[in-house]
Design a protein around this ligand. Sequence first.
Ligand code: SR1
Ligand code: MG
Length: 405
Amino acid sequence: MAITKEKIYEPLNEQTAIELVKTLNFFAPGAELVVHEIGDGNLNLVFQIKDLHTSKSLIIKQALPYARVVGESWPLTLDRSRIESDALKLAGEVVPNLVPEVYYTNPTLALTVMEDLSTHTILRKGLIARNKYPQLADHIGTYLAKTLFFTSDFALHPFKKKELTVNFTNPELCKITEDLVFTDPFHDHDTNDFPFELIEDVKQIWGNTKLKLEVAKLKKKFLTEQEALLHGDLHTGSIFATEQSTKVIDPEFAYYGPIGFDVGAFLANIFLNAVALPGHTTDKKEIVEYREHLLQIARDTWTVFSATFSQLWKENGLEIYTKVDGYLEVILQDIFRDSIGFAGCKIIRRIIGLAHVEDIESILDDTLKMVVKRKALKIGQELILQQTNIQNIDDLITLVEAQVQ
Ligand code: SR1
Ligand code: MG
């Protein structure tokens, strides 16, 4: 079959997806293959292919030359597929248990064939269903520490670091983040998407010069600081989980950026779920308990991240100044402050900007939904404005806990 030999890109359909895996001999000759296109993200095609005889299955993820959520009027580079598969492979070297295995990549067709994680649940959906994930904080804290430390100047030869910086130059996907996270929600822009009831709250944000000055500084960090290879879009829809296992997927936004951006993205999405919680159950005891579970995840993720990062620093630091007393503490404090600021921007973009979160949008009671959105805007602003006053993770959790009540 011709598709793997094609020199030009074409989007797969269910038939050509099956032809592709047959050509690549992923299944035995007598396999009875069924295919479903299951992509529900903003950008790509995702095919799940399964052999009914053996139950063996895999995923083909293919980039479209445009953003799926908007359509062909928003062209988007196919190179994001190469970036994603390279980032998955690199993460697989340092956290093999925390990312899907990559079986095959084809940059011309902009596709990656990888492990099927359908035994797992998308974390965002699991959190909305109030499932508990006892390993999640340990896994995500470890994922963050290892992927970020080992791709930083603290651990790499400077030539290798620069080579990776070039390989992961990702201008089009970064531009999406620059616009949708840092610029548009803080200005009257046509990509914004918020209910009319919030107009006064939103106008107050647009007019808040102090807030916008902090956002400008955070955007500058995103634009200019090449600290480590980020996942770039580490929200709870980019994580598959069971009680025992966690897998981080979808690093198509990967690029060299500030470490706190990934940490903040994860924390922001945990906080968004916490603020949405009363929209999904009226059981007060359950709300209190599950909120505690979520805030403990946020607390433990930072604790595991900072402890693991510190250990790697001591054992694997290549940069000579990693031996200087006090430097690690300065770096961790900077990452902590940045994480809080970035988390604030990430929360606000999900209320005012394009691309919302199901945690909030699935709340059926419109009045309650509006209360939740207002609270989220308040938390986002507090995080951005208080980032330098919040001294440690307990202070951060206390602040968020008080706001989500
Ligand atoms: C047009 S893409 C919108 C959002 O989806 C992705 O998951 C990123 O978060 C991006 O900002
Ligand atoms: Mg994604």
